[in-house]
Design a protein around this ligand. Structure first.
Ligand SMILES: Cc1cc2nc3c(=O)[nH]c(=O)nc-3n(C[C@H](O)[C@H](O)[C@H](O)COP(=O)(O)O)c2cc1C
Length: 198
């Protein structure tokens, strides 16, 4: 049993989303005491942004890649392997300016690899990753669940589903910037909902 915990809060260990990732990981470890827990901190170890250089590198056949392109493809393969090797994924998704952190978007851009994590076929796209539970810690200052302002949830579900990951379990911590009482209540609700899910 392997657990991969991915955090993208820009305030490191002080990020609410990162603390919630740790809380989910602790709960998973209680359930699976022998599980091996691996962390990927997208803020401490930033990934390159998706640009033409990266897009071309990922679509160039290995035999034709330059040294720089091979290094980018190898980084992408390493991230994909981390996902493939994990039985459970935990992803911290803080909301910044109504979207996911750029650091997390870079990770997604690097794991979306034609021929490796998805294929387009005559009947549409096919995800190549075996399904497994993905726990999402969605931390927000305001209240967005189920509203048009929640651009994160549909995007995360769509892109992970596109890769074959359909078992996405989102646990919300909303209203974290709406005062101390609201924050306390929100974190209690998060714990309750997580426990119910697990
Ligand atoms: C730069 C910045 C932008 C933010 N934008 C939003 C936003 O658009 N909507 C919202 O509900 N909360 C917003 N927040 C509040 C965060 O979602 C909240 O602090 C939450 O705890 C997630 O961030 P964290 O994991 O870094 O703590 C923002 C916070 C920061 C620092």
């Amino acid at each position: 049993m392997k657990i991969l915990a991915i955090q993208s809060g820009i305030f490191g260990d002080n990020s609410n989303s990162t603390k919630l990732v740790a809380q989910i990981a602790t709960q998973m470890k209680q359930l699976h005491p022998d599980a091996e827990l691996t962390h990927r901190d997208l803020t401490a170890q930033p990934l390159p942004y998706f640009d033409a250089e990266l897009a071309v590198a990922l679509s160039t056949p290995a035999a034709e890649q330059s040294e720089a392109q091979a290094a980018l493809a190898s980084l992408s393969s390493q991230l994909v392997d981390e996902v493939k090797n994990a039985d459970i994924l935990i992803i911290g998704v803080p909301m910044y300016n109504f979207g996911i952190p750029a650091q997390l978007k870079s990770w997604i851009d690097l794991i979306c690899r034609a021929g490796l994590t998805f294929n387009y076929t005559a009947t549409g796209p096919v995800g190549l990753l075996a399904d497994r539970p993905v726990y999402i810690a969605a931390a927000r200052g305001g209240m967005h669940e189920g509203k048009p302002s929640d651009s994160q949830t549909p995007f995360i579900k769509t892109v992970l589903g596109f890769l074959g990951l359909h078992d996405v379990r989102i646990v919300y911590a909303e209203g974290l910037a709406m005062g101390d009482d609201a924050k306390t209540e929100s974190l209690q609700r998060f714990t309750k909902n997580l426990t119910a899910l697990v």
